[in-house]
Design a protein around this ligand. Structure first.
Ligand code: NDP
Length: 608
């Protein structure tokens, strides 16, 4: 990569060649053979995920035996948007099965202090126009997001349709009866004509694969299940505690400023510094609502997607740290077709952005040695970009210590604390902010739901053997009347809500058309799905190539390509193009690519 970059003239203020050498050196420190296997699941007493401390009700109840038209697995935004779109189409016989005691999914579980959406709330929170709701800040806090979730549930009357505190164990297609049989951890026996797997991507936490975690005598938990009994609701109990935070990802950037203020002593264990850009959160201007014209939210979402995927745009409506690198947008179509131009422009403009982010560390962190350790040396999109206006200043506090491990990570947990760089740090509480097994492709594996289609071969096995195969990232051959809401083979941008909302519209349309047209069973046509998968593999190649040059992260499987990873890519033409493609497909109204297997109960198989 370094050889392909020509030296740039002085006004840049940096030498791209030199920077690339530095990026390569830092990346090399972090490369390891074990990829995602370096992590471990939460086990034994440590695993508090089955004890929902946010629940105020008991999960005990009698098993249910019930038929529904649509069963949605997951009550996060993906499930709610599917349900809302079904309701808009008049499909109300819906059941949402949700592990938590309330809606919200990721936002229900991740109630850690400081949780806040890091994509602008006017594009992140869906259905604002339908709900007549204006978020009170540009980036709203977790409790406001849960309130917004409740508004969706209320508007579309979803509360009574939810089976909370229930985990779906399996869903199996019954070809004789043309429905899905769903089993849960409560012994429920449920049957549904359609199943939507809205199982989320950030729900299976992981821990560093270091020895000794179970030997620690103090308190410890993962950020996805914050233990307020230990910290106190306002973290008042931390005043007498030495706290360790392992990780410096998007979650830590939000928790550390609060932990630093509340804890007697905070040790931040860092393996790779985050890129932390300006947040500039502010209240929503009083005239925001009156300045919006109908359709504004969809336009704003598209504008955001366009800018961050390098498409032309008229005005930057969001105007924040996500959208501040627009070099790609100004390239002509011809320049974009030349990979050499695109590569060069992207790389150099991103380096300029990262130089600003590194300069910000020097501006805000007083101790020069600490500042140096907090500087990220990789392209901004190699890892999740972070934004915060108090994070870096925390390291000026006398009670906050950065324990940088120069890419190696913590070594071991002892009875008393943590060993890093050969030194033991005794602590009273360890907060694991070590992230999640991202479930992009493996909806079965990480959700824990066994999904068995018409052939009887589980989805996990099929995708393990030949890789993912979908139509539009929503429909799957051999899995009739089944929909996924995920990143795999779908159109994805930084605003995941776009993906969820787009998939929701597709689901609402297909289910209602099947019902209207008397179609009993429909599934993705094998050939159409194969074509879509080929297109995904081809169009996401540049993205995978880019990620191989990156520092390890979950974005690139920790730099270890997993089996058939190329088929887990996203739609290369971008999130807007994917949304448009599905909109055009629905407008054609011919269900092309879906195989209609049964029109009514009495007809024999009749492929359309
Ligand atoms: P991440 O996976 O981003 O971060 C995990 C952190 O743990 C990394 O800093 C990682 O270091 C560190 N780590 C792992 N193993 C070790 C080890 N052995 N020693 C020391 N450190 C270690 O998880 P997060 O929970 O922070 O974020 C996950 C995702 O959640 C984000 O990418 C984002 O998509 C989402 N999120 C969204 C928010 C929103 O507002 N919308 C807010 C918060 C999170 P290394 O970098 O070296 O791997």
């Amino acid at each position: 990569m370094a050889e392909t970059l020509t030296a740039q003239p002085a006004p840049l203020g940096f030498d791209p060649q030199e920077l690339m050498v530095k990026y390569t050196q830092e990346r090399a420190k972090r490369l390891r053979q074990d990829g995602m296997d370096q992590y471990q699941e939460l086990k034994g007493a440590f695993n508090r995920l089955d004890q929902d401390t946010f629940a105020s009700t008991s999960s005990r109840r009698e098993p249910l035996n019930k038929d529904v038209t649509v069963l949605i697995i997951g009550g996060g935004y993906g499930g709610l948007l599917a349900a809302a779109n079904l309701a808009k189409k008049g499909i109300s016989d819906v059941m949402i099965v949700e592990k938590g005691a309330g809606f919200g999914g990721t936002w229900y579980w991740n109630q850690y202090p400081g949780a806040r959406c890091d994509v602008e709330s006017y594009v992140y929170l869906p259905l604002l126009e339908e709900l007549g709701y204006t978020p009170k800040e540009k980036y709203v806090a977790g409790p406001d997001i849960l309130q917004h979730v409740e508004l969706i549930a209320k508007k579309y009357q979803l509360k009574g349709k939810a089976l909370f505190q229930t985990i779906v164990r399996s869903t199996t297609w019954n070809d004789a009866e043309n429905h899905w049989n769903i089993k849960t951890d409560h012994g429920d026996d449920l049957r549904a004509r359609y199943v939507v797997a809205a199982t989320g991507i950030l729900h299976k936490p992981k821990l560093p694969g270091v020895p000794g975690i179970e030997t620690f005598k103090g308190e410890s938990f993962h950020t996805t299940h914050w233990n307020y009994d230990v910290t106190g609701r306002s973290l008042e109990k931390l005043a007498n505690m030495r706290v360790a935070n392992i990780g410096t990802g998007a979650t830590s950037i939000q928790t550390i400023p609060i932990l630093g203020e509340k804890a007697k002593q905070l040790y931040v264990f860092q393996r790779t510094p985050a890129s932390v850009n300006v947040r500039n959160n502010r209240p929503t201007p009083p005239d925001f609502e009156s300045s919006c014209t109908p359709g504004w939210q969809q336009d704003r979402m598209k504008n955001f997607n366009a800018i961050i995927t390098g498409l032309p745009f008229e005005k930057d409506l969001v105007d924040d740290g996500w959208t501040d690198n627009k070099a790609m947008s100004f390239l002509s179509a011809e320049e974009k077709r030349d990979p050499a131009t695109v590569g060069q422009v992207m790389m150099v403009s991103d380096m300029a952005k990262m130089e600003r982010i590194r300069a910000r560390v020097d501006e805000l962190v007083e101790d020069k040695e600490t500042a140096e350790k907090l500087k990220p040396w990789y392209s901004s999109m190699c890892k999740r970009p972070c934004f915060h206006d108090e994070y870096l200043q925390m390291f000026n506090r006398p009670n906050v210590t950065l324990v940088d491990t120069d890419g190696k990570g913590v070594e071991r947990i002892t009875e008393n604390g943590i060993i890093a760089n050969g030194v033991e740090y005794p602590v009273d509480l360890i907060v694991y902010a070590s992230g999640f097994y991202i479930s992009g492709g493996q909806i079965s594996q990480t959700s824990g739901v066994e999904i068995v289609g018409r052939s009887g071969v589980p989805l996990a096995q099929q995708w393990d053997e030949v890789g993912a195969k979908t139509l539009f990232g929503v429909h799957i051959p051999d899995f009739p009347n089944f929909f996924t809401v995920n990143t795999t083979q779908a159109g994805v941008a930084a605003n995941f809500m776009w993906t969820l909302a787009t998939a929701g519209r597709q689901i609402g349309y297909v289910v209602s058309e099947c019902e209207k047209r008397g179609i009993r069973v429909a599934e993705a046509d094998e050939a159409a799905a194969a074509r879509w998968t080929e297109a995904i593999v081809a169009s996401s190649k540049p993205m995978f190539q880019f990620f191989t040059t990156c520092t390890p992260s979950y974005y690139n499987g920790e730099q270890k390509m997993t089996k058939h990873m190329e088929k887990l890519g996203t739609y290369g033409a971008g999130a807007n193009a994917w949304g448009q493609l599905l909109e055009d497909w629905r407008a054609k109204d011919d269900l092309e690519g879906l195989k209609i297997i049964k029109k009514t109960d009495t007809e024999t198989d009749a492929e359309a």
